[in-house]
Design a protein around this ligand. Structure first.
Ligand SMILES: N[C@@H](CCC(=O)N[C@@H](CS)C(=O)NCC(=O)O)C(=O)O
Length: 208
């Protein structure tokens, strides 16, 4: 198995899970943000978007962090880190898995775009403020879900926490996590104390 990885990027979700599962034999190819190798024809053949993560296993390459997480759990999870298929918590678990990429990350992506990714001439201050308001709303949804509980589903750490936890980790890395959602802060402290989390995020943000 091989993970194509940029430190601090969504490939941290995959690295974090590989480390949580433990005992797996895998290789990591590390790039930096904006690395020209991600634009090469060889890499585009693996992932036409030229993004990370990309994952290779058994001669097959695929991408999308959530799909890779699901695949690894199906192959190597042995029932760990997710509710059983027949459990009543399976629906909420899948909801948070997908919410993490479909609802939490887009406003944060817009914040980053208008703060430092786009060329200065293309950055729009009003778009940055709008994205900040949208991000505060989705973080508020997470905070509501975490009120009075330690984790998103079944009161235990699952891959749903890992998927959403990456979004909060990224927001902190770029200084954009709102201060008010107290349950989110407590939950994130619990996540960040996990040894697998520490290993996955040890490379900082953006690579060399
Ligand atoms: N939905 C995709 C998003 C992948 C993505 O946007 N990756 C970013 C890093 S977090 C990337 O590779 N950006 C580099 C670029 O766009 O050039 C996933 O969850 O894997």
């Amino acid at each position: 198995m091989k993970l194509h990885h940029v430190p601090g990027s969504r490939s941290c979700r995959v690295l974090w899970l590989l480390e949580e599962l433990g005992g797996l034999d895998y290789e990591v190819e590390t790039y930096r943000l904006g690395d020209p190798r991600l634009r090469s024809p060889e890499y585009r053949a693996l992932n036409p978007a030229g993004k990370v993560p990309t994952f290779e296993d058994g001669g097959v390459a695929f991408h999308e962090s959530g799909a890779i997480v699901q695949y690894l759990l199906e192959r190597h999870g042995r029932g760990r880190l997710e509710p059983a298929m027949t459990s009543s918590t399976r629906g909420p678990y899948l909801q948070w898995m997908h919410w993490s990429e479909a609802s939490l990350l887009p406003p944060l992506g817009q914040i980053n775009a208008h703060k430092f990714v786009l060329r200065e001439a293309d950055r729009i201050p009003a778009a940055l403020e709008l994205a900040r308001r949208q991000f505060a709303r989705v973080v508020g949804q997470l905070d509501q879900a975490l009120a009075g509980v330690d984790y998103l589903v079944e009161g235990r750490f699952t891959a749903a926490d890992l998927m959403a936890g990456y979004g909060v980790a990224l927001a902190r890395m770029v200084g954009e996590l709102p201060e008010s959602p107290q349950a989110v802060h407590g939950w994130f402290e619990r996540l960040s104390r996990r040894p697998a989390f520490e290993r996955a995020f040890a490379g900082g943000f953006g690579g060399a």
